[in-house]
Design a binder for this molecule. Structure first.
Ligand code: ADP
Length: 268
């Protein structure tokens, strides 16, 4: 059996997807990027292959993507995360919906990608200058509220009434604003809901730059947060599609490209 790997070395997390010859996802791994992207990515790949019982020579083609892709020397090919995200998103939603817009929120940036009917990228917009509206912002909020980032969704749905308004457009000032709200006896759940709505409003401004066309797909680690999904859907007044494994879509897209590049090379 031959296998193909997509490795997405993000600012916050390394994501690896392994697919087989039929493009089925056979394994995945998510680990922290930390300070040594290359070393940690190599270790994560070795651990994943070992746990799946895949020998080194069965892994025939590797495509690296993401922020740290240039460092991954073993990759046969390197592609931009925009391309990998588009391929992965279309494949993940295949047979369920026809994606025209991708919202991706990562650890330190957020993106909106517009696709044509064939799934080609026709436009994209990116915010990588400001932490507000990114996973980092959610991590800082969770830390200030002394809850896990994976608990934000639960607190969001416990909020009653109108969500608090978080006005700061900078993550650093938003942190002080949140501490101020805690000092004024606002509940954790109302603050969490307010943060989600403030991120939703920011991300919608970004999506409007490429145009909002359905079906809308949301991925990246923060798409695991059902509260944030709820806030974006309410602000958009539209349903958004969340794949089964939202954090690994880009790695999955890179793995698909790996299998296609490999068969192209074999047949040429
Ligand atoms: P990048 O590709 O930039 O490294 P990711 O798409 O991996 O970013 O997203 C990382 C972010 O995902 C984290 O900063 C965190 O806020 C969020 N995240 C990760 N796991 C969860 C979870 N279980 N629930 C909610 N948010 C999560």
């Amino acid at each position: 059996m031959q296998y193909f790997a997509g490795i997405d070395i993000g600012s916050t997390a390394i994501k690896i997807a392994i697919i087989d010859e039929d493009k089925n996802l056979v394994g995945q791994k998510i680990s922290a990027s930390g300070s040594m992207f290359y070393k940690y990515a190599q270790e994560a790949l070795a651990e994943l292959l070992n746990s799946l019982g895949i020998k080194d020579d069965e892994l025939v083609y590797i495509v690296a993507t993401g922020y740290g892709r240039k460092l991954f020397k073993e990759a046969n090919e390197k592609i931009s995360e925009i391309t990998a995200n588009a391929i992965g998103a279309r494949a993940a939603a295949k047979g369920e919906c026809d994606i025209k817009t991708i919202i991706n929120i990562g650890g330190q940036d957020s993106k909106a990608i517009s696709l044509d009917n064939e799934g080609n990228v026709i436009n994209f917009a990116m915010n990588d200058r400001c932490a507000a509206g990114t996973g980092k912002f959610l991590d800082v909020v969770a830390m200030n509220l002394e809850i896990g980032v994976d608990e934000l969704g639960k607190y969001h749905f416990m909020s009653k009434g109108t969500p608090l308004s978080i006005n700061s457009t900078c993550a650093v000032f938003a942190e002080s604003e949140i501490i101020g709200l805690l000092g004024n006896n606002h509940s954790i759940e109302d603050i969490v809901a307010g943060v989600h709505y403030s991120i939703a409003k920011r991300i919608i401004k970004l999506v409007k730059r490429v145009g909002i066309k359905e079906a809308i797909y949301f991925d990246g680690g923060p798409a695991l947060n059902e509260g944030l999904v709820n806030a974006i859907e309410n602000e958009l007044s539209k349903e958004i599609y969340i794949p089964k494994h939202p954090q690994i879509t880009t790695a999955f897209g890179a793995a698909i490209l790996a299998s296609e590049s490999y068969s192209y090379l074999q047949n040429s």
